[in-house]
Design a protein around this ligand. Structure first.
Ligand SMILES: [Zn+2]
Ligand SMILES: [Zn+2]
Length: 141
């Protein structure tokens, strides 16, 4: 089993767990999640996706892949207040708000972080996404 680290990419500090957009696992050989995290020390949030697939054939694809995109503090605030689901940390929730957040999170442009080498999980060059409210539901744009 491989675990994701939800530490801040900039200062390596602990981050607030704002929304668990979608999560499957952790299982013995797979774990996928998309989360919104916020670092109070840096005043920067992020949309983070983690995927561990223990079934990949060696050399074909990386077992672990991590993507991240920056969310400004204002967007984190907007998400906190606009997210209509009462259980934002329930990654298996299939309410309209969770579904909208997940579907829009897949569409937005996230940056794949290197898993190996000196630049592992470097925050450099990340894309930025925003939060908007459409039809009463928060979504990523
Ligand atoms: Zn930080
Ligand atoms: Zn929900």
């Amino acid at each position: 089993m491989r675990r994701g680290s939800d530490l801040c990419l900039i200062c390596s500090g602990r981050q607030d767990f704002v929304v668990n957009v979608h999560e499957a696992g952790p299982f013995e050989r797979s774990h996928d999640y998309t989360r919104v995290l916020y670092c109070r020390a840096c005043s920067v949030g992020e949309l983070r996706s983690f995927s561990y697939d223990g079934f990949v054939v060696f050399g074909e694809e990386d077992e672990v892949m991590v993507w991240s995109s920056v969310l400004s503090a204002a967007d984190i605030d907007r998400l906190r207040s606009a997210f209509t689901c009462p259980t934002p940390l329930a990654g298996g929730c299939e309410c309209p708000q969770h579904v909208r957040a997940y579907e829009s999170s897949v569409r937005v442009n996230k940056t794949r972080l290197p898993e190996y080498g000196p630049d592992r999980h470097s925050p450099a060059g990340r894309t930025t996404v925003t939060v908007e409210v459409a039809d009463g539901l928060a979504e990523f744009c």
